[in-house]
Structure formats: structure tokens, C-alpha cells
Design a protein around this ligand. Structure first.
Ligand code: ARG
Length: 469
């Protein structure tokens, strides 16, 4: 089939340069908007009928034509490529005219590709946000399952990647649960601003036909209509907000990834990745590499790149629509695909991970992570914390020199540093006690974490039911 004609005939006498035509074309990627473009066209057709622009017969022809186009596209793999259109909007219109003739030429009355593309992108993004949100909730569920699968597992908590204080494994899981919970909330916030309809803004100044925009918006499931036509056709804040919210999802996933990568090393040895999500080496037979997590970590950078890319594209654009904006789509599409896949892979990794509890416990009981407990112990005996801190520092140095842990020092050895230390110090230094004292809200004691888990389950169930899942 030959090239479809341009959408602008009259004003032009010369032919467009071949390379420019290619350069100008977005159909290679914006065909992703095909279905929403047809849906929006169906609603616009109804709007034109109510406005008295189309006769009943014409609107019937348009409706049938658009539905046929949807079916053909679903059944014919070559449907898009047979007609090399400039973009998805001109493609749908060309196919419609091909099918129904003159009535098809009336569909573009009262609209422009400027309000059309903004509407399509919002419809598409709304569905994507719902799917991504569902995947965020899936990952949260997996984290809770993983916490419950190992209720008494402990590991060293780190600051500066140096052993700091022991924590429950479930506490680690819940930390990431919280991050993803905020991500879910942010996506819902973005969704509110996405779900506003620009259609009816036409090219920039509004439509001159008596179209009931509110009715069209309702038909498309929008919460409302845009209030200013200039803004509506040139606003891409919603794309940037979406990418920003996704950037935080990726940032959080990259931190999960990094922890898992470190914990899976021989040096840490806290867990083993399933064969399902690891790879071997073509050269070194012993290797098991965490490619899945490394890719998630790497893809975070790619998503952040789209964020600064699109900010730079939109900066300083004069009102209203400019073709620069065509650059928004590949960024948004790539981010949605990348974040969706990264969430899925991360959930699979976590679902299949095997903890080496013994090794984690051993690590959690060593490395002077109970030093703070000893300072607290001295504080309870009446020594100012700052002074106790200094004393314990010296005891740690002494223990390091002897190559033992604090709890391995004999009572008289400890009493050299402070005569206030008594036999009960060994209980205070135990791993169990170290955890048990962190009993305020948000702390890592067994009871608090059990409560937090229950609360997390309940809030996740709430979010799922309000999302209709
Ligand atoms: N393909 C265009 C885009 O993605 C559609 C809008 C074209 N509008 C125009 N005035 N040329 O932005």
C-alpha cells in the first residue's frame, strides 16, 4: 500500500524531504497508543453527534469503522506496517477514511492532534499506573511473606556498611515494605492529575463546536476536564511526575538489589539466590552471579536519565504545543516498561531466596554490635552516657587486642573499666536482649516487628481493596 497522504494538503506546493519525513515520524513508537486513540475517537464521535455536527448515520458509520479498525489490528500482524503513517492519529484517520470514505473525514472536526495526543497519553498512562501499582503491591506482599517465612532470623544491621546493631530479618523486609508503600501512594497522587481530559482544547484555544466535554470525559472514565486549553495541550507535568514517581520505585528497588547482591556474596553468605534468577560464568565453573539484581540496579540509572531528559526537553518551551513534545513518548513508554519488569523480577528474586539463618545469626552476634548495649547498661547504673560511651570504647579496644567479643571478657576484666559492672551485664550483652530493648514503635524487638507485620498486612489489604484488586 502506498504512503498515506499528509494531513495538510492545501497550503503546500512542494514535496517534503525524505529524510525529514522519517525524522518527523512517530508512528514507529506511538502505535502503542493505538487502542486509546481509537477509544478517544469513539468518544469524540459521540460528542460530535450530540453537538449536531454529525448525523446519526455518519456517527454510526464512524463507530462501526473504528470498531472494525480495532478488530483488524488485533487480527492482522501487518496492519500497522502496510500503511506508513506519520503518527498514530493520522494512521487511524487514514484507515477510517479508507474504510468508510467521506464520513471519516468529519471525525477530526473540532479537535486537533494536540488535544488528541495529550488525551491518548493520559488514557494510556492511567492504565499503566494501575498495572504498576498492582506490581508494587505484589512486591510488598512478597516482602511480607518473606518476613513471615523467617520470623526469628537476625542479621547485622549496618551503617557505613560497617556492622552497627543487630536487627530482625523481618525488620529489613518491613523497611522496604514502607518504601514501596510510599511509592504506591505517590503513584495514586500522580494518577489523580493524569486523569483529567484535555480533549476539547483543540489546537490551543479551545473548540468552536458545541461539544459537551464533561460527557465525553465521563465516557472515557476521566475524573474531569482541563480548565485551560493552552495549558492542556502543552502540559506534560504528568509525564514528568510519573517518571519521578517511577524513579523512586527504581531507587528503592536498586537498594533492595544492592543488599541482596552483597548478602549473596561468599564474604557475607547470608542468603542464596535461586537458580531461576542467577546466571553462571562461561569461564569460571564455580560462579553464581546475581544478574537479575544487577540489572535492576542498572536500570534505575536509565529511568533517572529519562527524568532529566524530559525535564530538559520541556524547559523553556513557549506556549503552547511544540513538536519537541513528541519526545515525551519514548521516555514514558520506556520507563513504564522498565519499572514494570523490574518490579516483577525483584518479586521473583525475593520469592525464591533462601536464607542461611545460622550464618546470619553468627554474624549478628559478632563484631561488637552490643557495644551500645553496654553503654546503655552503664547509663542505667548512673554513668552519664557520654562517659559510658568512652569507657565502652576502651573496652572494645581491649577486646579487639585480645581477639575476643565483649561478652567473652571475664567479669573482673570488665570491672577494671567500671566497678559498677555486675554479673547481669552478660544478659544485657546477649543478642536476644539487644533486640528486645528496641521495643518502642518502629524498633526491631520481636513484639514490635510482629505488630508491624500485622499492621502492614492490614494496610496492604486496604490498599488492594480500594484499588479493586
Ligand atoms: N505526533 C505528535 C506528538 O507526538 C502528535 C501531535 C502533533 N501535533 C502537531 N501539531 N504537529 O506530539
Amino acid at each position: 500500500m502506498s504512503e498515506s497522504k499528509n494531513l495538510w494538503g492545501g497550503r503546500f506546493t512542494g514535496e517534503a524531504d525524505q529524510k525529514f519525513t522519517e525524522f518527523n515520524r512517530s508512528f514507529g513508537f506511538d502505535r502503542k497508543l493505538f487502542e486509546v486513540d481509537v477509544r478517544a475517537s469513539l468518544a469524540h464521535g459521540e460528542g460530535l453527534l450530540s453537538a449536531g455536527v454529525l448525523t446519526w448515520t455518519e456517527s454510526e458509520q464512524i463507530r462501526n469503522g473504528l470498531e472494525t479498525i480495532l478488530k483488524r489490528a488485533a487480527n492482522d500482524a501487518c496492519y500497522f506496517d502496510e500503511l506508513p503513517a506519520e503518527d498514530v492519529h493520522s494512521f487511524v484517520e487514514a484507515r477510517l477514511v479508507q474504510l468508510i470514505g467521506d464520513a471519516g473525514r468529519k471525525l477530526h472536526t473540532g479537535r486537533s492532534r494536540n488535544d488528541q495526543v495529550a488525551t491518548d497519553l493520559r488514557l494510556w498512562l492511567r492504565d499503566e499506573i494501575d498495572q504498576i501499582s498492582e506490581r508494587v503491591r505484589d512486591a510488598q506482599t512478597v516482602l511480607l511473606d518473606l518476613a513471615e517465612a523467617y520470623p526469628s532470623a537476625v542479621l547485622p544491621g549496618y551503617t557505613h556498611l560497617q556492622r552497627a546493631q543487630p536487627i530482625l530479618w523481618a525488620h529489613w523486609c518491613l523497611a522496604y515494605f514502607e518504601m514501596l508503600a510510599r511509592d504506591g501512594e505517590r503513584l495514586m497522587e500522580v494518577r489523580k492529575r493524569v486523569n483529567v481530559m484535555p480533549l476539547g482544547s483543540a489546537a490551543l484555544s479551545g473548540t468552536s463546536y458545541n461539544i459537551d466535554r464533561e460527557a465525553v470525559a465521563r465516557a472515557l472514565g476521566f475524573d474531569g476536564v482541563s480548565r485551560n486549553s493552552l495549558d492542556a495541550v502543552s502540559d506534560r507535568d504528568f509525564c514528568i511526575e510519573f517518571i519521578a514517581a517511577c524513579s523512586l520505585v527504581m531507587l528503592h528497588l536498586s537498594r533492595i538489589a544492592e543488599d541482596i547482591i552483597i548478602y549473596a556474596t561468599t564474604e557475607f553468605g547470608f542468603l542464596e539466590l535461586s537458580d531461576r534468577v542467577a546466571t553462571g560464568s562461561s569461564l569460571m565453573p564455580q560462579k553464581k552471579n546475581p544478574d537479575s539484581m544487577e540489572l535492576v540496579r542498572g536500570k534505575a540509572g536509565r529511568v533517572f536519565g529519562h527524568l532529566s531528559g524530559l525535564l530538559a526537553t520541556l524547559k523553556g518551551l513557549p506556549l503552547a504545543y511544540n513538536k519537541d513534545m513528541q519526545e515525551d513518548k519514548e521516555a514514558v513508554f520506556d520507563v513504564a516498561g522498565t519499572v514494570g519488569a523490574s518490579l516483577e523480577v525483584t518479586a521473583t528474586v525475593l520469592r525464591n531466596v533462601r536464607l542461611r539463618e545460622e550464618r546470619m545469626r553468627e554474624a549478628a552476634a559478632r563484631g561488637y554490635m552490643n557495644a551500645t548495649e553496654l553503654a546503655d547498661y552503664l547509663a542505667r547504673k548512673g554513668i552519664a552516657f557520654r562517659e559510658g560511651h568512652e569507657l565502652v570504647g576502651r573496652m572494645v579496644l581491649h577486646a579487639i587486642e585480645r581477639g575476643v567479643e565483649l561478652q567473652d571478657l571475664a567479669l573482673d576484666e570488665l570491672q577494671v573499666f567500671s566497678p559498677l559492672i555486675e554479673e547481669d551485664v552478660y544478659l544485657a550483652l546477649s543478642l536476644e536482649q539487644t533486640l528486645a530493648t528496641k521495643s518502642q514503635i518502629g524498633g526491631t524487638s520481636l513484639e514490635r516487628v510482629a505488630e508491624a507485620l500485622e499492621a502492614a498486612r492490614a494496610s496492604l489489604a486496604d490498599t488492594k481493596s480500594s484499588a479493586g484488586q
